[in-house]
Write a protein of this length. Structure first.
Ligand code: NDP
Length: 249
């Protein structure tokens, strides 16, 4: 599973799942762009870890929800590194709250970052990929997009939206040999889930047949597969990485 000579951009690559994806793709030989928006120290750490492992990477700070910033950053990366072969749309946030109390701003922020960000970043990279007749776009959705969750109508809508976006994009880009797939993690130990109380974590764990929350590396391995040659004949799919918590498709 080599990615030698390829350039990958991982949104939200500085921490959590994105960080593990960056490290994994770099191990496979890709030059990895680490996107982040607010925490340069974490991104620097990820870059240092890539280099310590003998890989190559670079920082790519921009807000995925800001169309102009996305376009400028993608152009700068393309000019400097000769194109983007792999895009992993991973940047995501939560603004939880029961719907009756959810503020419109909380709805907008989650839809803008998680769903619109995926659209904007994909739109920015797709043209050169189509021209080159080569490209991989991998979108990180969530088990919540399939199961729903009280307190997460914004997040659930964004993540279910990503599944629909993935399928339609896959159909549009397939004639140019660009594949678009999604990965739906279950509960993974990251900053996003560390705030959950112990009782909630225990309740979640009880619903997972494999008996534990996942690690960022569990998701990164599946993203790496989708970026590799072995997944050349897959498009429009969602791969579930959730310890068996949800088995539908
Ligand atoms: P973390 O909170 O650990 O990391 C989020 C990352 O996204 C950070 O790198 C952050 O950068 C970046 N980010 C946030 N907003 C923006 C933005 N507007 N523009 C650019 N980058 C941004 O999240 P996880 O690793 O837990 O989650 C990663 C993805 O996986 C998300 O899409 C999430 O919804 C999804 N997921 C996570 C699950 C879990 O259990 N953890 C389960 C299912 C799905 P910075 O630090 O600079 O703000």
């Amino acid at each position: 599973m080599t990615l030698d000579g390829q350039v990958a951009l991982v949104t939200g690559g500085s921490r959590g799942i994105g960080r593990a994806v960056c490290l994994r793709l770099a191990t496979m030989g890709a030059r990895v762009g680490i996107n982040y928006v607010s925490n340069p120290a974490a991104a620097e750490e990820t870059l240092a870890a890539i280099r310590a492992g003998g890989g190559t990477g670079f920082l790519a700070p921009f807000d995925v929800a800001d169309g102009r910033a996305v376009q400028e950053a993608v152009k700068a990366i393309t000019d400097r590194h000769g194109g983007i072969d792999i895009l992993v749309n991973n940047a995501g946030i939560t603004r939880d709250g029961l719907m009756a109390r959810m503020k419109e701003d909380d709805w907008d922020a989650v839809i803008d970052t998680n769903l619109k960000g995926t659209f904007l970043c994909s739109k920015a990279v797709m043209r050169p990929m189509m021209k080159k007749r080569q490209g991989r776009i991998i979108n990180i959705t969530s088990v919540i997009g399939f199961l729903g969750n009280a307190g997460q109508v914004n997040y659930g809508a964004a993540k279910a939206g990503i599944v629909g976006l993935t399928k339609s994009m896959a159909r549009e880009l397939a004639p140019r040999n660009v594949t678009v797939n999604a990965v739906a993690p279950g509960y993974i130990v990251t900053d996003m889930t560390s705030g959950l109380g112990e009782d909630i974590q225990a309740a979640i764990q009880a619903q997972i047949p494999l008996g534990s929350l996942g690690r960022p590396e569990d998701v990164a391995g599946v993203v790496a597969f989708l970026a590799s040659k072995d997944a050349a004949y897959m498009t429009g799919q969602t791969l579930h990485v959730n310890g068996g918590m949800y088995m539908g498709n």
